[in-house]
Design a protein around this ligand. Structure first.
Ligand code: HEC
Ligand code: HEC
Length: 439
Protein backbone atom coordinates (compact mmCIF):
# COMPACT_ATOMS: atom_id res chain seq x y z
CA UNK A 1 0.00 0.00 0.00
CA UNK A 2 1.52 3.31 -0.94
CA UNK A 3 1.52 6.34 1.27
CA UNK A 4 -1.14 8.12 -0.79
CA UNK A 5 -3.58 5.28 -0.24
CA UNK A 6 -2.93 5.19 3.51
CA UNK A 7 -3.54 8.91 3.72
CA UNK A 8 -6.77 8.69 1.81
CA UNK A 9 -8.05 5.92 4.10
CA UNK A 10 -7.11 8.00 7.11
CA UNK A 11 -8.99 10.88 5.57
CA UNK A 12 -12.15 8.86 4.99
CA UNK A 13 -12.10 7.23 8.40
CA UNK A 14 -10.77 9.96 10.60
CA UNK A 15 -12.49 13.09 9.41
CA UNK A 16 -15.99 11.85 10.27
CA UNK A 17 -14.77 10.51 13.63
CA UNK A 18 -12.95 13.70 14.52
CA UNK A 19 -15.96 15.76 13.49
CA UNK A 20 -18.23 13.60 15.61
CA UNK A 21 -15.98 13.94 18.64
CA UNK A 22 -15.77 17.70 18.13
CA UNK A 23 -19.54 18.02 17.90
CA UNK A 24 -19.94 16.08 21.16
CA UNK A 25 -17.17 17.84 23.06
CA UNK A 26 -17.46 21.47 21.90
CA UNK A 27 -20.51 22.39 23.98
CA UNK A 28 -18.66 21.19 27.06
CA UNK A 29 -15.87 23.69 26.49
CA UNK A 30 -18.22 26.51 25.57
CA UNK A 31 -18.90 27.63 29.14
CA UNK A 32 -19.37 31.35 28.41
CA UNK A 33 -22.75 33.02 27.86
CA UNK A 34 -24.50 32.13 24.63
CA UNK A 35 -24.03 34.35 21.61
CA UNK A 36 -26.79 36.88 21.03
CA UNK A 37 -28.44 34.90 18.21
CA UNK A 38 -29.14 31.92 20.50
CA UNK A 39 -31.11 33.87 23.09
CA UNK A 40 -34.78 32.78 23.14
CA UNK A 41 -36.96 35.74 22.21
CA UNK A 42 -40.44 36.88 23.12
CA UNK A 43 -42.65 39.88 22.21
CA UNK A 44 -41.06 43.02 20.75
CA UNK A 45 -37.67 41.36 20.31
CA UNK A 46 -36.89 41.02 24.03
CA UNK A 47 -35.33 37.89 25.52
CA UNK A 48 -37.94 35.74 27.27
CA UNK A 49 -38.55 36.78 30.86
CA UNK A 50 -37.46 33.33 32.13
CA UNK A 51 -34.18 33.59 30.23
CA UNK A 52 -33.58 37.13 31.51
CA UNK A 53 -34.22 36.06 35.11
CA UNK A 54 -31.70 33.24 34.81
CA UNK A 55 -29.20 35.63 33.29
CA UNK A 56 -29.77 38.03 36.18
CA UNK A 57 -29.12 35.21 38.67
CA UNK A 58 -25.82 34.60 36.91
CA UNK A 59 -24.87 38.31 36.95
CA UNK A 60 -26.02 38.90 40.53
CA UNK A 61 -25.85 35.57 42.35
CA UNK A 62 -26.34 37.23 45.74
CA UNK A 63 -27.78 40.55 46.79
CA UNK A 64 -27.05 41.76 50.29
CA UNK A 65 -29.20 44.84 50.82
CA UNK A 66 -27.55 45.64 54.14
CA UNK A 67 -24.27 46.35 52.33
CA UNK A 68 -23.32 49.48 50.41
CA UNK A 69 -22.19 48.46 46.88
CA UNK A 70 -18.40 48.01 46.80
CA UNK A 71 -16.55 51.23 46.09
CA UNK A 72 -19.36 53.54 47.17
CA UNK A 73 -19.39 55.91 50.08
CA UNK A 74 -21.96 54.90 52.68
CA UNK A 75 -23.23 58.42 53.34
CA UNK A 76 -23.66 59.14 49.62
CA UNK A 77 -25.39 55.81 49.02
CA UNK A 78 -27.84 56.30 51.89
CA UNK A 79 -28.70 59.78 50.64
CA UNK A 80 -30.17 58.24 47.48
CA UNK A 81 -32.63 56.05 49.39
CA UNK A 82 -35.92 57.69 50.42
CA UNK A 83 -36.93 57.34 54.06
CA UNK A 84 -40.12 55.49 53.27
CA UNK A 85 -38.41 52.91 51.08
CA UNK A 86 -35.46 51.50 53.04
CA UNK A 87 -33.89 48.52 51.28
CA UNK A 88 -35.18 45.14 52.49
CA UNK A 89 -34.89 41.70 50.83
CA UNK A 90 -38.71 41.51 50.64
CA UNK A 91 -39.00 44.81 48.77
CA UNK A 92 -36.23 43.91 46.34
CA UNK A 93 -37.77 40.49 45.64
CA UNK A 94 -41.19 42.04 45.04
CA UNK A 95 -39.73 44.72 42.77
CA UNK A 96 -37.87 42.12 40.78
CA UNK A 97 -41.08 40.14 40.21
CA UNK A 98 -42.86 43.29 39.05
CA UNK A 99 -39.97 44.32 36.76
CA UNK A 100 -40.41 41.14 34.72
CA UNK A 101 -44.23 40.96 34.87
CA UNK A 102 -46.00 41.54 31.55
CA UNK A 103 -49.37 41.58 33.31
CA UNK A 104 -48.60 45.22 34.15
CA UNK A 105 -49.24 46.10 30.48
CA UNK A 106 -52.62 46.50 28.81
CA UNK A 107 -52.10 43.73 26.25
CA UNK A 108 -49.86 41.51 28.40
CA UNK A 109 -46.87 41.76 26.04
CA UNK A 110 -44.70 44.37 27.75
CA UNK A 111 -42.81 44.51 31.05
CA UNK A 112 -40.06 46.88 32.18
CA UNK A 113 -37.67 44.16 31.02
CA UNK A 114 -38.99 44.37 27.45
CA UNK A 115 -37.25 47.72 27.00
CA UNK A 116 -34.67 47.35 29.77
CA UNK A 117 -33.60 43.82 28.84
CA UNK A 118 -30.98 42.04 30.97
CA UNK A 119 -29.39 40.52 27.84
CA UNK A 120 -29.10 43.83 25.99
CA UNK A 121 -27.33 46.06 28.51
CA UNK A 122 -30.63 46.65 30.38
CA UNK A 123 -31.91 48.59 27.38
CA UNK A 124 -33.47 47.35 24.12
CA UNK A 125 -30.63 48.24 21.74
CA UNK A 126 -33.25 49.79 19.45
CA UNK A 127 -33.21 53.37 18.15
CA UNK A 128 -36.56 54.09 19.82
CA UNK A 129 -38.56 51.74 22.03
CA UNK A 130 -41.50 49.58 21.02
CA UNK A 131 -44.43 49.34 23.45
CA UNK A 132 -47.89 47.74 23.36
CA UNK A 133 -49.60 47.22 20.00
CA UNK A 134 -46.20 47.60 18.33
CA UNK A 135 -46.17 51.36 18.85
CA UNK A 136 -42.81 53.14 18.68
CA UNK A 137 -41.97 56.15 20.85
CA UNK A 138 -39.60 59.02 20.05
CA UNK A 139 -36.91 58.30 22.60
CA UNK A 140 -34.10 55.85 23.00
CA UNK A 141 -34.35 53.76 26.18
CA UNK A 142 -31.46 54.44 28.56
CA UNK A 143 -30.14 51.57 30.64
CA UNK A 144 -31.56 50.80 34.10
CA UNK A 145 -28.03 49.87 35.24
CA UNK A 146 -26.73 52.23 37.92
CA UNK A 147 -29.85 54.42 37.91
CA UNK A 148 -29.63 54.17 41.71
CA UNK A 149 -27.06 56.96 41.50
CA UNK A 150 -28.98 59.39 39.29
CA UNK A 151 -29.78 62.75 40.81
CA UNK A 152 -32.59 63.37 38.35
CA UNK A 153 -34.48 60.82 36.28
CA UNK A 154 -35.42 60.74 32.57
CA UNK A 155 -33.49 62.41 29.80
CA UNK A 156 -35.39 65.66 30.35
CA UNK A 157 -35.40 65.26 34.14
CA UNK A 158 -39.19 65.14 34.36
CA UNK A 159 -39.06 62.72 37.28
CA UNK A 160 -37.37 63.35 40.64
CA UNK A 161 -37.00 59.76 41.90
CA UNK A 162 -36.96 56.13 40.79
CA UNK A 163 -40.12 55.54 42.86
CA UNK A 164 -41.94 58.22 40.89
CA UNK A 165 -40.45 57.22 37.54
CA UNK A 166 -41.46 53.56 37.76
CA UNK A 167 -45.16 54.44 37.82
CA UNK A 168 -45.13 56.39 34.55
CA UNK A 169 -44.36 53.75 31.86
CA UNK A 170 -47.15 51.53 33.21
CA UNK A 171 -49.78 54.13 32.37
CA UNK A 172 -48.12 55.66 29.30
CA UNK A 173 -50.39 54.87 26.31
CA UNK A 174 -47.60 53.67 24.01
CA UNK A 175 -45.42 51.89 26.58
CA UNK A 176 -47.44 49.61 28.87
CA UNK A 177 -50.78 51.34 28.26
CA UNK A 178 -52.72 50.72 31.47
CA UNK A 179 -55.70 53.07 31.83
CA UNK A 180 -54.51 54.19 35.27
CA UNK A 181 -52.71 53.01 38.39
CA UNK A 182 -55.81 51.21 39.63
CA UNK A 183 -55.94 49.15 36.42
CA UNK A 184 -52.40 48.00 37.11
CA UNK A 185 -53.32 47.09 40.69
CA UNK A 186 -56.38 45.20 39.45
CA UNK A 187 -54.25 43.21 37.03
CA UNK A 188 -52.22 41.62 39.84
CA UNK A 189 -54.16 41.94 43.08
CA UNK A 190 -55.93 38.59 42.62
CA UNK A 191 -52.59 36.79 42.61
CA UNK A 192 -52.08 35.28 46.07
CA UNK A 193 -48.30 35.46 45.75
CA UNK A 194 -48.46 39.21 45.21
CA UNK A 195 -50.94 39.71 48.09
CA UNK A 196 -48.51 38.03 50.47
CA UNK A 197 -45.48 39.77 49.00
CA UNK A 198 -46.96 43.29 49.34
CA UNK A 199 -47.94 42.51 52.94
CA UNK A 200 -44.46 41.27 53.74
CA UNK A 201 -42.71 44.15 51.98
CA UNK A 202 -44.87 47.12 52.99
CA UNK A 203 -47.50 45.77 55.40
CA UNK A 204 -50.32 46.80 53.05
CA UNK A 205 -52.55 45.41 50.33
CA UNK A 206 -51.43 45.70 46.67
CA UNK A 207 -51.39 49.42 45.73
CA UNK A 208 -49.88 51.57 43.00
CA UNK A 209 -47.44 53.63 45.07
CA UNK A 210 -45.89 50.48 46.49
CA UNK A 211 -45.54 49.05 42.98
CA UNK A 212 -43.34 52.09 42.24
CA UNK A 213 -41.45 51.72 45.52
CA UNK A 214 -40.73 48.02 45.11
CA UNK A 215 -39.48 48.42 41.52
CA UNK A 216 -37.21 51.26 42.67
CA UNK A 217 -35.80 49.08 45.48
CA UNK A 218 -35.02 46.37 42.93
CA UNK A 219 -33.38 48.85 40.55
CA UNK A 220 -31.07 49.96 43.38
CA UNK A 221 -29.50 46.50 43.29
CA UNK A 222 -28.44 46.96 39.64
CA UNK A 223 -25.12 48.59 40.46
CA UNK A 224 -22.61 47.52 37.82
CA UNK A 225 -19.65 49.84 38.07
CA UNK A 226 -16.69 47.47 38.21
CA UNK A 227 -15.14 48.43 34.89
CA UNK A 228 -11.53 48.00 33.74
CA UNK A 229 -11.40 51.80 33.62
CA UNK A 230 -12.43 52.09 37.29
CA UNK A 231 -9.73 49.58 38.21
CA UNK A 232 -7.27 51.73 36.27
CA UNK A 233 -8.36 54.85 38.18
CA UNK A 234 -7.90 52.92 41.39
CA UNK A 235 -4.27 52.30 40.51
CA UNK A 236 -4.22 49.13 38.37
CA UNK A 237 -2.06 50.40 35.49
CA UNK A 238 -2.60 47.25 33.44
CA UNK A 239 -6.39 47.28 33.58
CA UNK A 240 -6.75 49.17 30.29
CA UNK A 241 -4.80 49.28 26.99
CA UNK A 242 -2.26 51.92 26.01
CA UNK A 243 -4.75 53.10 23.38
CA UNK A 244 -7.45 53.62 26.02
CA UNK A 245 -4.94 55.49 28.22
CA UNK A 246 -4.25 57.83 25.32
CA UNK A 247 -8.03 58.15 24.96
CA UNK A 248 -8.25 59.19 28.62
CA UNK A 249 -5.82 62.06 28.01
CA UNK A 250 -7.81 63.20 25.00
CA UNK A 251 -11.08 62.82 26.95
CA UNK A 252 -9.78 65.33 29.49
CA UNK A 253 -8.01 67.71 27.13
CA UNK A 254 -8.44 68.02 23.37
CA UNK A 255 -11.79 66.22 23.37
CA UNK A 256 -13.25 68.22 26.30
CA UNK A 257 -15.56 65.34 27.17
CA UNK A 258 -14.84 65.68 30.86
CA UNK A 259 -16.56 69.06 31.09
CA UNK A 260 -19.98 67.40 30.80
CA UNK A 261 -19.10 63.75 31.45
CA UNK A 262 -16.96 63.94 34.61
CA UNK A 263 -15.79 60.49 35.62
CA UNK A 264 -13.69 59.79 38.69
CA UNK A 265 -13.61 57.38 41.63
CA UNK A 266 -16.33 59.24 43.53
CA UNK A 267 -18.49 59.85 40.44
CA UNK A 268 -18.19 56.78 38.22
CA UNK A 269 -21.32 57.52 36.16
CA UNK A 270 -19.84 59.96 33.68
CA UNK A 271 -22.60 62.55 33.93
CA UNK A 272 -22.71 66.02 35.44
CA UNK A 273 -26.49 65.52 35.98
CA UNK A 274 -27.06 68.73 33.99
CA UNK A 275 -28.82 69.50 30.74
CA UNK A 276 -27.12 70.55 27.50
CA UNK A 277 -28.02 71.04 23.87
CA UNK A 278 -25.27 69.22 22.02
CA UNK A 279 -27.03 69.65 18.68
CA UNK A 280 -28.54 66.21 18.18
CA UNK A 281 -32.17 67.16 17.59
CA UNK A 282 -31.24 70.35 15.75
CA UNK A 283 -30.96 68.41 12.51
CA UNK A 284 -34.63 68.39 11.72
CA UNK A 285 -36.55 70.68 14.02
CA UNK A 286 -38.27 74.02 14.03
CA UNK A 287 -37.66 74.66 17.72
CA UNK A 288 -39.61 77.95 17.88
CA UNK A 289 -42.78 76.52 16.37
CA UNK A 290 -42.58 73.42 18.54
CA UNK A 291 -42.08 75.46 21.70
CA UNK A 292 -45.26 77.44 21.02
CA UNK A 293 -47.18 74.25 20.34
CA UNK A 294 -45.88 72.71 23.57
CA UNK A 295 -46.81 75.67 25.78
CA UNK A 296 -50.35 75.51 24.41
CA UNK A 297 -50.69 71.75 24.92
CA UNK A 298 -49.38 71.96 28.48
CA UNK A 299 -51.73 74.84 29.31
CA UNK A 300 -54.69 72.71 28.20
CA UNK A 301 -53.55 69.75 30.30
CA UNK A 302 -50.81 70.46 32.85
CA UNK A 303 -50.75 66.91 34.30
CA UNK A 304 -47.51 64.92 34.56
CA UNK A 305 -49.13 62.05 32.63
CA UNK A 306 -49.73 64.43 29.69
CA UNK A 307 -46.14 65.66 29.87
CA UNK A 308 -44.96 62.04 29.74
CA UNK A 309 -47.08 61.45 26.64
CA UNK A 310 -45.93 64.59 24.84
CA UNK A 311 -42.31 63.75 25.59
CA UNK A 312 -42.53 60.18 24.37
CA UNK A 313 -44.86 60.27 21.41
CA UNK A 314 -44.87 63.68 19.70
CA UNK A 315 -42.40 65.95 17.85
CA UNK A 316 -42.25 67.97 21.09
CA UNK A 317 -39.94 65.24 22.39
CA UNK A 318 -37.13 67.18 20.70
CA UNK A 319 -37.63 70.15 23.02
CA UNK A 320 -36.09 68.15 25.85
CA UNK A 321 -35.74 69.94 29.17
CA UNK A 322 -37.82 72.90 27.94
CA UNK A 323 -40.95 70.77 28.40
CA UNK A 324 -40.26 70.67 32.14
CA UNK A 325 -38.94 74.16 32.89
CA UNK A 326 -40.49 76.18 30.02
CA UNK A 327 -37.23 78.17 29.93
CA UNK A 328 -36.13 79.15 26.44
CA UNK A 329 -32.54 78.40 27.33
CA UNK A 330 -33.51 74.75 27.89
CA UNK A 331 -34.77 74.21 24.34
CA UNK A 332 -33.30 71.00 22.94
CA UNK A 333 -31.32 70.21 26.06
CA UNK A 334 -31.07 66.72 27.52
CA UNK A 335 -29.47 65.37 30.68
CA UNK A 336 -25.94 64.23 30.08
CA UNK A 337 -26.33 60.43 29.88
CA UNK A 338 -24.28 57.96 31.93
CA UNK A 339 -21.18 56.67 30.20
CA UNK A 340 -20.82 53.65 32.50
CA UNK A 341 -21.48 50.55 30.36
CA UNK A 342 -21.86 52.75 27.27
CA UNK A 343 -20.35 50.09 24.97
CA UNK A 344 -23.31 47.74 25.43
CA UNK A 345 -26.17 50.24 25.07
CA UNK A 346 -26.24 51.27 21.38
CA UNK A 347 -27.66 53.07 19.50
CA UNK A 348 -26.96 56.46 21.03
CA UNK A 349 -28.45 59.87 21.88
CA UNK A 350 -31.99 60.66 23.05
CA UNK A 351 -33.50 59.75 19.69
CA UNK A 352 -31.22 56.78 19.00
CA UNK A 353 -30.09 58.28 15.69
CA UNK A 354 -26.38 57.67 16.25
CA UNK A 355 -25.47 54.05 15.62
CA UNK A 356 -21.99 53.51 17.01
CA UNK A 357 -19.49 55.15 19.35
CA UNK A 358 -17.43 56.08 16.28
CA UNK A 359 -20.46 58.00 14.96
CA UNK A 360 -20.79 59.69 18.37
CA UNK A 361 -17.20 60.87 17.94
CA UNK A 362 -17.90 62.20 14.44
CA UNK A 363 -20.80 64.18 15.91
CA UNK A 364 -18.56 65.80 18.52
CA UNK A 365 -15.68 66.25 16.11
CA UNK A 366 -17.72 68.59 13.96
CA UNK A 367 -18.94 70.47 17.04
CA UNK A 368 -22.47 69.05 16.99
CA UNK A 369 -25.26 70.26 14.73
CA UNK A 370 -25.33 74.07 14.74
CA UNK A 371 -28.45 75.67 16.23
CA UNK A 372 -29.43 78.78 18.17
CA UNK A 373 -29.47 76.89 21.46
CA UNK A 374 -26.22 74.93 21.09
CA UNK A 375 -24.23 74.59 24.34
CA UNK A 376 -21.25 76.93 24.58
CA UNK A 377 -19.05 73.92 25.36
CA UNK A 378 -19.52 72.51 21.86
CA UNK A 379 -16.82 73.33 19.33
CA UNK A 380 -15.19 71.48 16.43
CA UNK A 381 -12.42 69.31 17.89
CA UNK A 382 -10.23 68.40 14.90
CA UNK A 383 -9.52 64.94 16.30
CA UNK A 384 -7.70 62.58 13.92
CA UNK A 385 -8.96 59.07 13.11
CA UNK A 386 -6.35 57.66 15.45
CA UNK A 387 -7.47 59.96 18.27
CA UNK A 388 -11.10 58.98 17.66
CA UNK A 389 -10.12 55.30 17.92
CA UNK A 390 -8.42 56.03 21.24
CA UNK A 391 -11.44 57.74 22.80
CA UNK A 392 -13.67 54.92 21.55
CA UNK A 393 -11.29 52.36 23.10
CA UNK A 394 -11.52 54.31 26.35
CA UNK A 395 -15.32 54.26 26.26
CA UNK A 396 -15.37 50.49 25.75
CA UNK A 397 -13.28 50.22 28.94
CA UNK A 398 -16.17 51.82 30.88
CA UNK A 399 -18.14 48.53 30.80
CA UNK A 400 -18.49 46.42 33.94
CA UNK A 401 -16.35 43.28 33.69
CA UNK A 402 -19.44 41.09 34.12
CA UNK A 403 -20.52 42.23 30.65
CA UNK A 404 -17.09 41.67 29.10
CA UNK A 405 -18.39 39.27 26.49
CA UNK A 406 -21.23 41.45 25.24
CA UNK A 407 -18.84 44.41 25.31
CA UNK A 408 -16.39 42.62 23.03
CA UNK A 409 -19.20 41.59 20.70
CA UNK A 410 -20.40 45.19 20.51
CA UNK A 411 -16.89 46.50 19.95
CA UNK A 412 -16.47 44.25 16.93
CA UNK A 413 -19.96 44.86 15.59
CA UNK A 414 -19.73 48.62 15.95
CA UNK A 415 -16.24 48.71 14.50
CA UNK A 416 -17.37 46.82 11.41
CA UNK A 417 -20.44 49.03 11.09
CA UNK A 418 -18.42 52.24 11.43
CA UNK A 419 -15.77 50.98 9.00
CA UNK A 420 -18.35 51.08 6.22
CA UNK A 421 -18.11 54.86 6.36
CA UNK A 422 -14.34 54.92 6.78
CA UNK A 423 -12.01 56.36 5.68
CA UNK A 424 -14.31 59.38 5.71
CA UNK A 425 -15.01 60.78 2.27
CA UNK A 426 -13.93 64.31 1.41
CA UNK A 427 -17.41 65.74 1.89
CA UNK A 428 -17.66 64.11 5.33
CA UNK A 429 -14.33 65.71 6.15
CA UNK A 430 -15.65 69.13 5.12
CA UNK A 431 -16.20 70.21 8.71
CA UNK A 432 -12.54 69.76 9.41
CA UNK A 433 -11.56 71.97 6.48
CA UNK A 434 -13.60 74.75 8.04
CA UNK A 435 -11.46 74.86 11.16
CA UNK A 436 -9.87 78.27 11.63
CA UNK A 437 -6.30 77.06 11.89
CA UNK A 438 -6.65 74.91 8.82
CA UNK A 439 -7.71 77.79 6.59
C1 HEC B 1 -41.78 50.60 25.76
C2 HEC B 1 -40.46 50.65 26.33
C3 HEC B 1 -40.28 50.94 27.79
C4 HEC B 1 -40.88 50.31 28.86
C5 HEC B 1 -41.93 49.23 28.82
C6 HEC B 1 -40.27 50.87 30.03
N1 HEC B 1 -39.34 51.80 29.70
FE1 HEC B 1 -38.13 52.76 30.96
N2 HEC B 1 -37.58 54.01 29.48
C7 HEC B 1 -37.94 53.88 28.15
C8 HEC B 1 -37.55 55.06 27.41
C9 HEC B 1 -37.77 55.32 25.94
C10 HEC B 1 -36.96 55.93 28.35
C11 HEC B 1 -36.42 57.33 28.09
C12 HEC B 1 -37.56 58.31 28.30
C13 HEC B 1 -37.13 59.70 28.59
O1 HEC B 1 -36.08 59.88 29.20
O2 HEC B 1 -37.87 60.62 28.25
C14 HEC B 1 -36.98 55.22 29.63
C15 HEC B 1 -36.42 55.72 30.82
C16 HEC B 1 -36.35 55.00 31.99
C17 HEC B 1 -35.58 55.39 33.16
C18 HEC B 1 -34.75 56.65 33.30
C19 HEC B 1 -33.30 56.40 33.04
C20 HEC B 1 -32.46 57.64 33.03
O3 HEC B 1 -31.29 57.57 32.66
O4 HEC B 1 -32.96 58.71 33.40
C21 HEC B 1 -35.78 54.42 34.11
C22 HEC B 1 -35.19 54.38 35.51
C23 HEC B 1 -36.69 53.45 33.54
N3 HEC B 1 -36.99 53.83 32.24
C24 HEC B 1 -37.21 52.35 34.21
C25 HEC B 1 -38.32 51.64 33.74
C26 HEC B 1 -39.16 50.80 34.57
C27 HEC B 1 -38.94 50.55 36.04
C28 HEC B 1 -40.14 50.29 33.76
C29 HEC B 1 -41.29 49.40 34.13
C30 HEC B 1 -42.23 49.92 35.11
C31 HEC B 1 -39.88 50.83 32.43
N4 HEC B 1 -38.80 51.66 32.47
C32 HEC B 1 -40.63 50.50 31.33
C33 HEC B 1 -38.57 52.78 27.61
C34 HEC B 1 -39.34 51.90 28.34
C1 HEC C 1 -21.55 70.28 26.44
C2 HEC C 1 -21.64 69.05 27.19
C3 HEC C 1 -21.07 67.79 26.55
C4 HEC C 1 -19.81 67.58 26.04
C5 HEC C 1 -18.67 68.57 25.93
C6 HEC C 1 -19.77 66.20 25.65
N1 HEC C 1 -20.97 65.60 25.89
FE1 HEC C 1 -21.48 63.70 25.41
N2 HEC C 1 -23.41 64.11 25.80
C7 HEC C 1 -23.89 65.28 26.36
C8 HEC C 1 -25.33 65.27 26.32
C9 HEC C 1 -26.25 66.35 26.85
C10 HEC C 1 -25.70 64.08 25.67
C11 HEC C 1 -27.13 63.64 25.31
C12 HEC C 1 -27.51 64.34 24.03
C13 HEC C 1 -28.79 63.90 23.41
O1 HEC C 1 -29.21 62.78 23.64
O2 HEC C 1 -29.36 64.70 22.69
C14 HEC C 1 -24.46 63.36 25.38
C15 HEC C 1 -24.40 62.11 24.80
C16 HEC C 1 -23.24 61.37 24.68
C17 HEC C 1 -23.18 59.97 24.33
C18 HEC C 1 -24.37 59.08 24.03
C19 HEC C 1 -24.89 58.50 25.31
C20 HEC C 1 -26.10 57.65 25.17
O3 HEC C 1 -26.36 56.86 26.08
O4 HEC C 1 -26.82 57.77 24.18
C21 HEC C 1 -21.86 59.61 24.34
C22 HEC C 1 -21.30 58.24 24.07
C23 HEC C 1 -21.10 60.79 24.66
N3 HEC C 1 -21.97 61.84 24.87
C24 HEC C 1 -19.73 60.84 24.76
C25 HEC C 1 -19.02 62.06 24.77
C26 HEC C 1 -17.61 62.18 24.47
C27 HEC C 1 -16.69 61.03 24.15
C28 HEC C 1 -17.32 63.52 24.52
C29 HEC C 1 -16.01 64.18 24.18
C30 HEC C 1 -15.57 64.01 22.81
C31 HEC C 1 -18.54 64.21 24.90
N4 HEC C 1 -19.55 63.29 25.03
C32 HEC C 1 -18.66 65.57 25.10
C33 HEC C 1 -23.11 66.30 26.85
C34 HEC C 1 -21.80 66.54 26.44
Amino acid sequence: MNIKRILSICWFVHVPIVTLIAVILLPLFNTGAVVAADIPKTDHGAATMEYQERELDRLLPTVDVSKVPPGFDEVVWEAFIPEDNAMTPERVALGRKLYFDKRLSADGTVSCATCHDVTRGFTDQLAVSEGIKDQFGRRNAPTTLNVALLQIVFLDGRSPTLEHQAKLPIINPIEMGMADGQAAVNAIKGDGEYKAAFQKAYGRAVNYDDIGRAIAAFERTLVFADSPFRRFLNGDEDAISAEAKHGWELYNEKGRCVTCHPINPSNPLGTDNRFHNVGVSARHQDFEGLAKQALKAMEEDPSEEKLDELALSTDMSELGRFMVTKNRSDIGTFRTPLLLNIGITPPYMHDGTVETLWDVMDHYNKGGEANLFLDGGMEPLALTEEEINSIVALMFSFTDVRFAEENQRQFERQKAQAAKKRPLRDDDMAFRLKLAFEK
